[in-house]
Design a protein around this ligand. Structure first.
Ligand code: NZQ
Ligand code: ZN
Length: 386
């Protein structure tokens, strides 16, 4: 078990109707609020009107049109609105993209220069406006972590600002707001959250406690995503998915585990940076090929545990047979959710594989991971995913 220093200062307010607490949650933070949202789903569902009604005593500024894989331009625009109007707090209403954008806005609002300096760690983030979110999609876990993933398509960079200053002050989690999420985004969100657990589970050392928690989260997502796809308004399934996703990206289920290097995510972020694909779909496509590539004498024990405990594979079989069956089942599971399982199906061909592999693993970037990969290894994973 390795040393850790853990703190998640975010208050989670969960359940049907908890939005009524919004005015009380926002009041201590100030009167001037930047409301950030995406392409309009919150207007269709009525959530936008509800928020404005509840915050009628506040002065509301708005930033709309935040795209999936949030773009840097929205961060600049939001930070400018905050600075020009002395905004007190940022309220994100939407999915992970809206919240991630809001986090970088909150940091950028407190910095006089270009927010890109903060996102790329040229300048340390030393403060941020308070952030509150109302989540409408279960996926990223941004509601319970300190990450803000921002894309610059002009540079083919999708990168993550991680700072204790951008933990949300409060996350409002009402599962009923996720009833309208499409089948496609529901499946992609589940794949993303499962991948967050894989990034914690396929490493060394781990503990019995962490393995058990990780396996429980994976099983819960696998079961409940099927129910939610069948019946999008099943409250209990949506509720469990919402909590699963919040926990999956938080280190609470992996305290004391060794770092893995988050390799599947490193690969997917390059795919999104070049092709703007849906994050969870990119992960589902890459994951079985990444698993196959890292399967070795060193890693086989992890795959055996995964195969036996998640998939019920006979523990008496040869360890590599268990591992390969488990990887096959992982692929079949993602496919059964309706996820496109080849890069070709999401519009990616082999044209930029070498360039992306170099961005991902060049300069030995993945050499200190649990299962180190070279540029050639990553290019092979990408080619196998075509
Ligand atoms: O923009 P609107 O109109 O709101 O529509 C969104 C968007 O088109 C829609 N949607 C959201 N809630 C809905 C809904 N549609 C109907 N009903 C609802 N209730 O869903 C679409 C996708 O939304 P998005 O926010 O992009 O999805 P997600 O939550 O999966 O976020 C993905 C982003 O988060 C990053 C990803 O890389 C990607 O940029 N990640 C953030 C992480 C973090 N902060 O810790 C970790 C992850 O590994 C990930 O990298
Ligand atoms: Zn992810």
């Amino acid at each position: 078990m390795v040393n850790f220093d853990y703190c998640t200062p975010t208050r989670l307010v969960f359940g049907k109707g908890v939005i009524e607490k919004l005015p009380a949650i926002m009041s201590p933070l100030g009167k001037k609020i930047l409301l950030v949202y995406g392409g309009g789903s919150i207007k269709k569902t009525g959530l936008y009107d509800k928020v404005l009604e509840l915050l009628s005593d506040f002065e509301i500024f708005e930033l709309s049109g935040v795209e999936p894989n949030p773009k840097y331009e929205s961060v600049v625009e939001g930070a400018k609105i905050c600075r020009e109007n002395n905004v007190d707090a940022v309220l994100a209403v939407g999915g992970g993209s809206v919240l991630d954008c809001s986090k970088s806005i909150a940091a950028g609002a407190k910095y006089d220069g270009d927010p890109w300096d903060l996102i790329t760690y040229k300048v340390p983030t030393t403060s941020a406006l308070p952030i509150v979110d109302i989540m409408t999609l279960s996926a990223t876990g941004s509601e319970y972590d300190a990450n803000s993933v921002i894309s610059r398509m002009d540079l083919n960079i999708k990168t993550c600002l991680k700072s204790d200053h951008i933990f949300p002050t409060c996350s409002i989690l009402d599962p009923t707001y996720t009833f309208t999420v499409s089948k496609r985004q529901t499946a992609a969100g589940a794949a993303d959250a499962i991948s967050h657990v894989f990034e914690k589970y396929f490493t060394s050392p781990t503990t019995d406690l962490n393995d058990g928690m990780c396996e429980a989260v994976i099983k819960s997502i696998m079961k409940n995503v099927k129910v939610a796809l069948e019946n999008p308004c099943d409250y209990d399934a949506r509720a469990e998915l919402m909590v699963d996703c919040a926990l999956a990206c938080n280190n609470i289920i992996a305290l004391g585990n060794g770092a893995s290097g988050w390799v599947a995510h490193a690969i997917e972020h390059a795919l999104s940076a070049y092709y703007d694909i849906t994050h969870g779909e990119g992960l589902a496509i890459i994951t079985p090929h990444w698993m196959r590539k890292i399967l070795s004498e060193k890693t086989a024990d992890r795959f055996v545990k995964y195969g036996v405990n998640i998939w019920g594979i006979d523990p008496g079989l040869d360890s590599f047979e268990i591992a390969n069956k488990a990887i096959d089942k992982t692929y079949e599971f993602f496919r059964s959710l309706g996820i496109p399982m080849t890069l070709g199906e999401v519009g990616i061909d082999d044209a930029k594989i070498n360039e992306m592999a170099n961005d991902i693993a060049g300069d030995g970037k993945l050499k200190n991971c649990y299962a180190p990969l070279s540029v050639e290894d990553v290019a092979e994973i990408l080619r196998n995913s075509l």
